[in-house]
Design a protein around this ligand. Structure first.
Ligand SMILES: [Zn+2]
Length: 381
């Protein structure tokens, strides 16, 4: 690992240089006077970054540059006030509002670029190409590029789907494109339409399976010749990260204080993907997968990522145990009601931030049942 750094070279509020203080990953700006809900401020931040050598969301490794969470975003202000959480090493410690992005990226022309957003212009100057992207509304803007990428593409209705693969594996890993396409198709059918024009998955060498960003997911490079990797492994990761397009990207949530809302939903949705795709051809596999989930732990909905010291316990309780709670809810209400709940939830919180109370309210509205007894064991109080 070679550490990176970020330094702000200029910070303006309405064109005037302004004091700010930085504490780890948080920047607080001193405003001249408080800003009211109906007022606007223009904040300009000039900064540079040295990208670390790091096999993770953010960093370069083996010719792939991954820029996840590179761009400063506005902290969320909600009923609890400003959320000033620092980065944490467990889970996906992010909470963000949807926003409008216009981004210009200049790269040497031998690099292939994957990114959030819709490409609206390219311009060539000398050995560089400048790409202009627009994205709205999205919670973050991720970028990946490599001179080793090959690209496969397909369409689901009017949605363009891309798989960026590390050179030599184009043929070996072409299934990745079908997995991404099937995920977009199945989740659009079940939960509501994917709302953007483009969706990409791109390989890097991160030290975990994958990472979701709006319209772009990082997928860990896999070698299919490695016999230890099971047949469905890569499909699981791609379906899981794609499910986050619904649960994290379009419907947002506080992933620090209510991680159940995105991770349990992504795992449950991944199961739905496999059930829809393989129930008839491989029922034994579907059965074995459902048996791999663990019983929903008590109070699981009240857990925050701060309650966990290692990823093993976090993923067991929030991912597997958390999705078991959604299966229990499905058994309690019936599959059709469950899907109706998820469709209503998606529609109601599209591009907004949801919370667990809001989800339960929708469950009760759609099912026309009082669910306090059902949910209470999974809450702290
Ligand atoms: Zn996830």
């Amino acid at each position: 690992i070679v550490p990176g750094k970020m330094e702000i070279t200029k910070l303006l509020v309405d064109g005037i240089e302004t004091n700010y203080k930085i504490e780890q990953t948080l920047c607080e700006i001193d405003l001249e006077k408080p800003i009211n809900p109906d007022e606007n401020l223009e904040i300009t931040i000039e900064f540079y970054q040295n990208i670390p050598k790091n096999a993770d969301r953010y960093g370069y490794y083996n010719d792939v540059v991954s820029l996840g969470n590179w761009c400063p975003i506005l902290a969320v202000y909600d009923d609890d006030g400003w959320h000033k959480d620092q980065f944490l090493p467990i889970g996906d410690p992010f909470y963000s509002d949807s926003s409008i992005y216009e981004v210009e990226i200049s790269l040497p022309e031998n690099y292939v670029l994957a990114s959030t957003g819709e490409l609206i212009n390219t311009k060539k100057t000398d050995d560089y190409i400048t790409y202009t992207y627009e994205a709205y509304p999205v919670r973050d803007f991720a970028i990946m590029f490599s001179n080793e990428y090959g690209v496969l593409e397909d369409k689901y209705h009017d949605i363009n789907i891309y798989s960026f693969l590390i050179g030599e594996d184009l043929e070996k890993n072409k299934n990745s494109l079908n997995f991404a396409k099937d995920s977009i198709a199945i989740f659009s059918e079940l939960f509501g339409k994917y709302p953007y024009q483009n969706y990409s998955i791109a390989q890097n060498f991160m030290n975990f399976g994958g990472m979701e960003y709006p319209q772009l997911c990082q997928i860990k490079y896999v070698d299919y010749n490695d016999k230890k990797i099971s047949y469905y492994r890569n499909e699981f990761v791609i379906a899981h990260e794609t499910a986050h397009q619904w649960w994290y990207s379009v419907v947002g949530n506080d992933e620090i204080n209510e991680p159940w809302l995105d991770e349990a939903f992504a795992v449950y949705s991944t199961h739905q993907y496999f059930i829809n795709k393989y129930s008839e051809t491989d029922p034994q596999f579907i059965y074995s997968q459902r048996n791999r989930t663990i019983q929903a732990p008590l109070k699981v909905m009240s857990k925050t990522i701060r309650d966990y010291e290692d990823f093993g316990k976090y993923s067991a309780e929030i991912y597997k145990g958390g999705s078991d709670l959604l299966f229990k809810l499905e058994e309690h209400l019936g599959k059709e009601v469950m899907y109706e709940i998820l469709r209503r939830y998606y529609e109601e919180y599209k591009f907004e931030n949801a919370d667990i109370t809001g989800f339960i309210n929708i469950c009760e509205e759609v099912s026309e049942k009082d669910l306090s007894e059902f949910f209470s064991p999974y809450f702290d109080n």
